[in-house]
Design a binder for this molecule. Structure first.
Ligand code: CP
Length: 315
């Protein structure tokens, strides 16, 4: 594996989850693999979990880490070829990506969707230009369209907590006051399509995700019906895809409450975090013993570590 930009970059999801769980048992077993090598983590957007877990994963493999808050501290980058750069963008990605590549052996990038121009976001301008011009492998730490490190961590968490061979897993939209990207939901769907599970997506009318990602996954607009017999409730807000980036009716009654969790088969509650308490999920649910949110965040380390290990083994 050279780059990791999508869950499908893994040869075999189930095998990778197994390897990650073995790594979790003894996280320093490959502490010399990255010795003498460096990873650059470039953040065009904020982070808590991704930044710390990827840094910890790199450290567990013996990699040196350079972190840069590119969005606030770097030059504004130009991505268009042939552009007359006489406005506010000081550097072209052609030079920036090649320069960064000289300082590291792997570059990892976080660059969220702008949520204003659907085509621009779909083109994954930052990620794809770094892949085009960097001379080292590129890892996606959440791009416009996907968050595959989160999806892999979620697959690890599902494997650790499932009690039936084919669990019912529900991805539920929940309300949020701001316009949020589709990346986490997209990658969760990509990942669930590789699982042996009864998978259902539930959201209000108007919040349909990209049909090219949803494909033939089961979509149910009645949240309570979707929750019946569920073993896992994975919750995430996203803005409208059709009316791109807009927050259409809030649907505050889509909050995850105890009453809704009582419809399920004693389901585990999952969310990638950060989460707005008592907007997306009620305190009693996120604070319950069925909440896996802290375990999910912990598994971000092993998700990143198994991906970096695979990349290092091919350098
Ligand atoms: N889940 C996640 O990616 O968290 P951060 O945005 O804090 O990195």
């Amino acid at each position: 594996m050279r780059h990791y930009t999508h869950i499908n970059d893994l040869d075999n999801l189930q095998e990778t989850v197994k390897e990650a769980l073995e790594l979790k048992q003894s996280e320093l077993q490959f502490e010399n693999l990255g010795k003498g090598k460096t990873i650059c983590l470039l953040f065009f957007n904020n982070s808590l979990r991704t930044r710390l877990s990827t840094q910890k994963a790199a450290q567990n493999l013996g990699l040196n880490t350079i972190v840069m808050n590119f969005g606030s501290e770097g030059w504004q980058l130009e991505y268009e070829d042939g552009k007359i750069m006489d406005q506010n963008k000081a550097e072209h990605v052609k030079e920036a990506a090649q320069v960064v590549s000289q300082y590291c052996d792997i570059v990892a990038i976080r660059a969220f969707a702008g949520l204003e121009d659907k085509q621009l976001d779909a083109a994954e301008v930052v990620l794809n230009n770094f892949i085009k011009y960097a001379t080292v492998p590129v890892v996606n730490m959440e791009s416009s369209v996907g968050h595959p490190l989160q999806a892999l961590a979620d697959a690890i968490t599902l494997e650790e907590n499932k009690v039936s061979h084919k669990p019912k897993v529900v991805l539920s939209w929940a309300p949020h006051p701001k316009s949020l990207p589709h990346a986490v939901a997209n990658s969760f769907i990509n990942m669930m399509q590789l699982q042996d599970a009864d998978f259902v997506i539930t959201h209000p009318e108007g919040y349909d995700l990209n049909p090219e990602i949803v494909k033939d996954s089961n979509v149910e607009h009645n949240q309570e019906k979707a929750f019946e017999n569920a073993d896992f409730i994975y919750v995430k807000n996203w803005s409208s895809y059709k009316d791109y980036g807009k927050v259409i009716p809030q649907k505050k009654d889509w909050i995850i409450s105890d009453d809704k969790m009582n419809i399920t088969n004693n389901a585990k509650f999952m969310h990638c975090l950060p989460v707005r308490r008592n907007v997306i999920v009620a305190d009693e649910v996120i604070d319950s013993e069925n909440s896996l949110v802290i375990d999910q965040a912990n598994n971000r380390t092993y998700s990143a570590q198994i991906v970096l290990k695979k990349i290092l083994e091919e350098l």
